[in-house]
Design a protein around this ligand. Structure first.
Ligand code: TYD
Length: 136
C-alpha cells in the first residue's frame, strides 16, 4: 500500500553545469493526470492528515527532506524522503501525515485522478471505520 519505488524511476544527469533529473511517466504504475507541490511549510507543521479512497499517488522530494508517516489501518510505516532518494508510492486506503523537515523542502506529488473532495477521508475515526469496512 505504501512502498518505495526503486531508484531507477528517476535518472540524474550531473555535470559541471548542475543536475538534471528525468522521470519518464512510463516507469510509473499509473499515468499522472494531476501534479501538485508543497513548499514553505513551517517546522513542526503536519500536512496531509487524510486518506484517499481511490487516488494513487507518487511522492517525490525535489529538495530538502520530508517525513511521511503512513498508516494502513493502525499499521504505521515511516518514510524519510530526500532529494535524489527513492520515491514513494501510496495506494488508496492509506492515511498519511506529512512534515517538511527543512526550509528548502519541496515535495512534488503525482496523482492518477483529478482533485475530488469526495475522495478524501479527513477524520482519523472515519478513516479507521472506513478501513475496517474496506480492508483488503
Ligand atoms: P489539502 O488537501 O488540505 O493539503 P494537504 O492535505 O496536502 O496538506 O489542500 C489544501 C488546499 O488546496 C485545499 O483547499 C484543497 C486545495 N487543493 C486543490 O484545490 N486541488 C488539489 O489538487 C489539491 C491537492 C488541493
Amino acid at each position: 500500500m505504501a512502498h518505495n519505488l526503486s531508484r531507477e524511476e528517476i535518472e540524474y544527469f550531473k555535470d559541471s553545469r548542475g543536475t538534471l533529473g528525468v522521470l519518464d511517466f512510463n516507469k510509473l504504475p499509473f499515468l499522472p493526470r494531476r501534479i501538485y507541490w508543497i513548499k514553505d511549510s513551517p517546522e513542526n507543521v503536519t500536512r496531509g492528515a487524510h486518506a484517499h479512497k481511490l487516488l494513487n499517488q507518487v511522492f517525490l522530494v525535489l529538495s530538502g527532506s520530508v517525513m511521511i508517516d503512513t498508516f494502513k489501518g493502525l499499521e504505521k510505516q515511516s518514510f524519510n524522503l530526500i532529494a535524489e532518494g527513492p520515491v514513494l508510492m501510496l495506494e488508496p486506503g492509506c492515511w498519511r501525515d506529512i512534515k517538511l523537515l527543512t526550509p528548502d523542502s519541496l515535495l512534488l506529488v503525482l496523482c492518477d485522478r483529478e482533485y475530488e473532495e469526495s475522495d478524501y477521508i479527513r477524520e482519523w475515526e472515519d478513516y479507521l471505520e472506513w478501513f475496517k469496512a474496506n480492508e483488503p
